[in-house]
Structures are given as structure tokens and as C-alpha cells.
Design a protein around this ligand. Structure first.
Ligand code: SF4
Length: 442
């Protein structure tokens, strides 16, 4: 029987990317194979993100565009999952009666049954939260085609309730997967040729802290490092308030742990950090940065910043710029504040107009462009150990990442994919490096 076609679009963070891999894997069991062409689809799913303002309108616009396919093929099933689905639920079905399926962030495991019901013409909306241990078993192993690097979800949800953030409301309470399940998944991935794992969670630093008898995150990293075949370990995202000495020590002692950490500060001003309910101050943040740089000299530090938070004065904003000067981020993701429904900050009247927010964002990004260029130029002449992921920017080129997570393109044979290559960096661009192959190490 010819397989049915699944067309899936993923928005937002790596957690959503990993969830989409799970969705593709689960639906392959009930006869769906992935297609990149919307017009070929029998089932169309949007895995959504609601972290920024305008997420809902963006989704409605995208669905309006995709509706043409439903007009062309009546039996086409269209569904929405992820954080906007969790946030909007039945409202989505009410506003778009032609939608067939809405599923929440805790209900991926129900998708095969929900799709079967939709195939029988039923309308399904399933967004119930599962806030107990049973949720741990809802992470089916991702089967099928793997690249040399793979995401592994180690925990889901967040209990921090930063005042601007919608994640705890759409992803639920923090739950850490059993380390035994994680090691089982990593071992299976290594057996299928994966050499690098990226441990995922909204706040991986608090892994295991609320689970009786479970190891903490430093312990988990050391466990993953014992899995044969796994040569490099990365993780994201960390919350500065949960940085432990044990985790920092891992950067000094666990050779397989990549020399890169993503540590979002969000602001450099203590008064803004307290309004954001981040749970740490500027000094504590910088102390951890200092400890990380001593534990792993040359470590690449990336971060996130929000500008224009209600009440952020020009002086507060200058504190953010001066923090960047002290940290010298290798890269920085920066956004203007936008109120999210149901969050504490959404009840604080906005005090900065759009024009000023954009001016601050531009000034911050211009400063960071200088640090990123300086950081990239620092690699010229050095030899980097690159995990070769596949074809590069130009014909005849390969591409992969070094410890820092920066993409490196260099000339080489495709047969090197999946191996580690020593590459001398000869040129630096804004978002990537150019190198020349020295030799490979299997
Ligand atoms: S730590 Fe804060 S910003 Fe991050 S997901 Fe949790 S609530 Fe959101």
C-alpha cells in the first residue's frame, strides 16, 4: 500500500525540532512518510511556538495560506501542535472550523490515535496536561534516519515562572526523564552512528533536582560520556541561577563535553532582572562566567537578551551593554520585549515605545556584531576538531562544527561525514569559518 504523506512545519526552539522528529517517527508506524511538498500531503501538521508576541497571528496567517490545499483535497487533514496549540486549544477550532486536529505539548504520544480519528472524519482537540511521573514514559524513541548529531530531550517543562515567559504555562511543570531511559536512548543513537548528542530541556541545569534518587545534571553528563561511540556532548538551555560548581567542574574534567555553553542573561541590570523574576543578579551571573572561563579557557559563551522590558531605563539598558562588554559573547540572540498572555509581566503597563525598543535592539546588535567578528577572527590560524556533518556551502566543500558550535566549511571527500577532522581555520565570516583539512581521526 502506498504510504500516506506527512507535511510538517516546525517553529521555535530545539525542543520543538526534537518533538517534530518524534512526531515523524511515531506517524511512520501508522503509514505516514514525510514529504517536503505541501501539495503532496495527506496530513499537514504545524508544530508551533508562542514565546514571542504575534505568534498567534503568525499562525493564523500561515493556516490561511495552507487552506488552499484543503480546498484542493477535501480529505486532507490539517492539525496544529506545540505551544500555540497548548495556549489556544478550542479557540483555534472555533476560529477555524475547517481545522481537523489540535494537540498539546503533553499529548504527542496520543497523535497516532488522534490522526486515525481524524482520518474517520472526527474533529479532535487534546491539550490536557499530564503533570505526573507517567509523563516520563511519553518520549517514544525516535527511529529511522539519523544525522551524526542528535537532540535528546532530558527534561520537559519549567517551574521558574520568569515574569515575561509563557513556557511554564504551555509546557507545564518540570519533569526530568529517568537517566536510565536517557542512557538507553543515547546508546541506541550511538549504535545507529550518532557521534554527538545535544541534551535538551527548557532548564537542563535543574535536571534531576526534583526527582528522588535521580542524579543531577553534572552526573547525567558524566553518565552520557561513558556511552561508547558518543564523542561529543552539548546541552541547552541553562538557567544561570541553577549553575552548580559540579556542572562548571564538568567543563574542566569531561573531555567529551564541548567547550560551549548557552547561558541567557536576558538583562545586565539588577533592577530589570528582579522585575523579570530571574532569580539572580548581575554579579552572580558574572561570577559564573568567570568560573566557566577558568574551568575551560577559550570556552564559547552565547546568550539571550531582551530589551525594552517595562520600566527599563536608559541606564538599565547601558548596564546590559556593559555586561556584554565584560562577557564578550561569541554570539547573542536578542529580542524586544513583547507581552505574552497570562504572564505576570503582561499585567505591567508598557513604558517604552516601539521606536525606542527598536533603537535599543539595533544598538545592542551592532555591538554584538563587533564581538562576534572579533571572536570568529580569534580562530584564524588555530586547528579545530570538526565533527563532519555533510556537504558544505560550496560544491566540494564539507561542513561541521567545532567545540564552539561555530560552523566550519572546508574542502574534503564526502566519505569523511560522521568522522572528526582536524581543520586549520584560514578565514572568518560573520556566521561561519573557512578552513583547510589537515587530517582526520576516526
Ligand atoms: S527559565 Fe524562565 S525564560 Fe526559561 S523557560 Fe523557564 S520561565 Fe521561561
Amino acid at each position: 500500500m502506498e504510504s500516506k504523506k506527512l507535511y510538517i512545519e516546525t517553529f521555535g526552539c530545539q525542543m520543538n525540532v526534537n518533538d517534530s522528529e518524534r512526531i515523524i517517527s511515531m506517524l511512520s508506524v501508522i503509514g505516514y512518510s514525510r514529504t517536503e511538498s505541501a501539495s503532496e500531503a495527506d496530513l499537514m501538521l504545524l508544530n508551533t511556538c508562542s514565546v514571542r508576541g504575534g505568534a498567534e497571528e503568525k499562525l493564523y496567517r500561515r493556516l490561511a495560506n495552507l487552506r488552499v490545499h484543503k480546498k484542493a483535497k477535501r480529505e486532507l487533514i490539517i492539525g496544529v501542535g506545540g505551544c500555540v496549540a497548548q495556549q489556544e486549544g478550542e479557540n483555534l477550532m472555533r476560529r477555524l472550523p475547517w481545522l481537523d486536529l489540535v494537540f498539546g505539548t503533553h499529548n504527542l504520544h496520543l497523535l497516532p490515535d488522534l490522526v486515525k480519528s481524524a482520518e474517520n472524519g472526527e474533529k479532535c482537540c487534546e491539550i490536557s496536561f499530564i503533570d505526573n511521573e507517567r509523563r516520563l514514559d511519553l518520549f517514544p524513541l525516535v527511529l529511522g534516519e539519523r544525522s551524526v548529531s542528535s537532540f535528546v530531550t532530558v527534561m520537559q517543562g519549567c517551574d521558574n515562572y520568569c515574569s515575561y515567559c509563557i513556557v511554564p504555562y504551555v509546557r507545564g511543570a518540570e519533569v526530568s526523564r529517568r537517566s536510565s531511559d536517557i542512557i538507553e536512548e543515547v546508546t541506541a543513537l550511538a549504535a545507529s552512528g550518532v557521534r554527538e548528542v545535544v541534551l535538551l530541556g527548557q532548564n537542563v541545569n535543574s535536571y534531576g533536582l526534583k526527582t528522588e534518587g535521580e542524579t543531577d545534571f553534572a552526573g547525567l553528563i558524566k553518565m552520557v560520556a561513558t556511552v561508547e561511540g558518543i564523542e561529543r556532548i552539548r546541552f541547552t538551555t541553562s538557567h544561570p541561577k541553577d549553575m552548580s560548581d559540579a556542572l562548571i567542574e564538568c567543563f574542566a574534567t569531561v573531555g567529551k563535553l564541548a567547550g560551549h555553553i548557552h547561558l541567557p542573561a536576558q538583562s545586565g541590570s539588577d533592577s530589570v532582572l528582579s522585575k523579570m523574576k530571574r532569580g539572580y543578579g548581575r554579579e552572580f551571573y558574572l561570577k559564573n562566567i568567570g568560573a566557566l572561563k577558568s574551568a575551560r579557557p577559550g570556552i564559547a559563551i552565547t546568550g539571550d537578551m531582551i530589551v525594552g522590558f517595562p520600566g527599563e531605563s536608559e541606564e538599565d539598558f547601558e548596564e546590559t551593554l556593559s555586561l556584554m562588554e565584560e562577557v564578550r559573547y561569541a554570539d547573542l540572540f536578542s529580542f524586544i520585549y513583547s507581552p505574552r498572555p497570562g504572564t505576570e509581566a503582561a499585567r505591567i503597563p508598557e513604558s517604552i515605545d516601539k521606536k525606542d525598543k527598536l533603537r535599543r535592539l539595533e544598538k545592542l546588535q551592532e555591538l554584538q556584531r563587533g564581538y562576534t567578528t572579533e571572536n570568529n577572527r580569534g580562530y584564524i590560524g588555530t586547528v579545530q576538531k570538526i565533527l563532519v556533518e555533510g556537504g558544505g556551502k560550496l560544491p566540494g566543500q564539507l561542513s561541521g562544527k567545532g567545540e564552539s558550535g561555530r560552523t566550519v566549511n572546508f574542502e574534503g571527500e564526502a566519505s569523511l561525514t560522521g568522522t572528526f577532522a582536524d581543520v586549520r581555520i584560514i578565514k572568518a565570516y560573520q556566521n561561519s569559518l573557512l578552513g583547510e583539512l589537515l587530517h582526520t581521526s576516526l
